[in-house]
Design a protein around this ligand. Structure first.
Ligand SMILES: Nc1ncnc2c1ncn2[C@@H]1O[C@H](COP(=O)(O)OP(=O)(O)OP(=O)(O)O)[C@@H](O)[C@H]1O
Ligand SMILES: [Mg+2]
Length: 457
């Protein structure tokens, strides 16, 4: 099947121009003069690509995008945005548009976007029958059920299905690299290479030759030709970590990769085409860097077509118990130790700590505690002193005896409370039931259920 394109625009001149240009490129084109008309076509027939204007009277491009997701044939949607406005574009990508072109656009850049969309569609089509990446599989790698992290999963899912650039932000140790992996592993590129490089760790010229490659003799020490990571990862994904650290000179070169899918090898004037999905990450505030003139605005917008912000561990403490369990199982297994859980007191301590190093710090703390422990349970003393210290300081502010143990189920609390009351009244069942506000029959039933000995043994 050829890659048919549905062009949606309420401007007749534009419509006809687009038809002419795209047909010259070999794509069969169907025109629609409004959003409503586009929907009719989409319901009737399959269009691998829908190219729609965003601003149209009545039904706009966003609505066309949403409707396209509802039809049985899922189209790859490209939106044409109004003059210089990026806002609608970002929203469109987040709702699943493949890409956008901002007006006024050069026909060449439009052709490029359409060509990429066609490729994307082909790769999706090739997946059908083998193992389509429909069902996301993040559960095994990414732990957490908090609303904050569930939002992240959703964006990963959308990002995986699109070819757009992704910017992952968040404090150190929040899982930025793990998210980049998840996107790649769930994308149609997952059979191809995933390459990670830390832009902050290399000097400018080294980073450039690492990314773009160099020709022999292009600088002292370049004894042979070297293929750059962009070429080496062709068809795959490249993860540019600490993107906020790159110099202005390299920022321009990167912009070219993003805009034209082209690289220039160091020491050569030849331009080479590459097809690489870029995921960038930083713990810096890029927006502030843009304001201070330290980071190019155009590059910033090109990078954050899809943005994923990872919450700090402090902001999603509800996930901590699951993470603890996950790391405990991993390191107990690795160290061949039969450690099954952390004590209530330890968990309380872990929940009271501020985790400046986020999940990585938690992981390290558990790994260390597992290595130190000789018992089947991890106690506060098994953890690094900074975590422990914070805890004992914090805990002294409470009256420990009055405070119910943290993270116990209601049942456990009830069991504890019934036992305590029974003990206090010397196992006088009438008095106990009076204090507890239940009748004796209920007391017996609960005691039996919780295995409490009513004779006080
Ligand atoms: N949601 C999660 N579930 C399980 N493990 C996680 C999760 N998030 C992060 N981790 C683990 O925490 C550690 C740190 O994650 P990662 O290296 O991805 O963080 P980062 O944000 O890239 O950190 P940095 O900014 O320091 O490079 C890794 O070992 C990773 O496996
Ligand atoms: Mg990292």
């Amino acid at each position: 099947m050829t890659c048919r394109i549905l062009v949606v625009d309420d401007d007749e001149v534009n419509r006809k121009l687009l038809k002419e240009v795209l047909e010259k490129e070999g794509y069969p084109v169907q025109l629609a003069g409004s959003g409503e008309e586009a929907v009719k076509w989409m319901k009737r027939d399959s269009f691998p690509i829908v190219l729609s204007d965003i601003r149209m009277v009545a039904m706009d491009g966003m609505a066309v995008l949403r409707e396209s997701k509802r039809t049985q044939y899922q189209s790859t949607v490209i939106l044409m945005t109004g003059f210089g406005s990026m806002e609608g574009a970002v929203e469109a990508i987040q709702e699943g548009a493949f890409d956008y072109v901002s007006k006024p656009f050069k026909m060449d850049s439009l052709k490029q976007v359409v060509a990429r969309a066609a490729k994307h569609w082909e790769s999706l089509r090739d997946f059908k029958g083998s193992s389509p990446p429909t069902q996301l599989d993040m559960t095994r790698t990414l732990i957490g059920k908090s609303p904050e992290i569930v939002d992240v999963y959703k964006t990963i899912a959308r990002a995986a299905m699109s070819a757009s650039t992704v910017l992952v932000t968040g404090e150190s140790g929040t899982g930025k690299e793990l998210v980049a992996h998840a996107i790649h592993n769930n994308s149609p590129r997952r059979q191809k290479k995933f390459t990670a490089i830390n832009c902050g760790a290399l000097a400018d010229n080294l980073l450039e030759s690492e990314l773009f490659g160099h020709l022999r003799g292009s600088f002292t020490g370049a004894v042979s030709d070297k293929k750059g990571l962009f070429e080496d990862s062709n068809g795959g994904t490249i993860f540019l970590d600490e993107i906020g650290d790159i110099t202005p000179a390299l920022q321009i070169k990167l912009l070219r990769v993003l805009q034209e899918s082209e690289i220039k090898v160091v020491g050569s004037s030849e331009i080479r085409k590459v097809n690489v999905r870029i995921i960038a990450a930083t713990h810096r505030d890029l927006e502030a860097m843009v304001r201070n003139g330290k980071f190019r605005e155009d590059l910033y917008y090109r990078l954050k077509v899809i943005e994923i912000h990872l919450p700090s561990l402090r902001e999603r403490l509800v996930d901590l118990p699951d993470l603890v369990e996950h790391f405990l199982a991993r390191y107990a297994d690795k160290n061949k130790k039969a450690i099954s859980h952390v004590s209530d007191e330890s968990l309380k301590m872990l929940l009271n700590y501020s985790w400046p190093g986020n999940i990585r710090e938690l992981e390290n703390a558990i790994e260390r505690a597992v290595a130190m422990s000789n018992t089947s349970v991890l106690f506060p003393e098994d953890f690094p002193s900074e975590i422990n210290r914070g805890h004992s300081l914090g805990a002294s502010a409470f009256n420990k005896a009055e405070e119910p143990p943290f993270r116990t189920s209601l049942e456990e609390m009830e069991k504890g409370h019934i036992s305590k009351v029974l003990h206090d009244v010397n196992y006088n069942k009438s008095k106990a039931s009076e204090i507890l506000g239940i009748d004796r029959a209920t007391l017996y039933r609960k005691a039996q259920r919780y295995g409490i000995d009513l004779r006080g043994k």
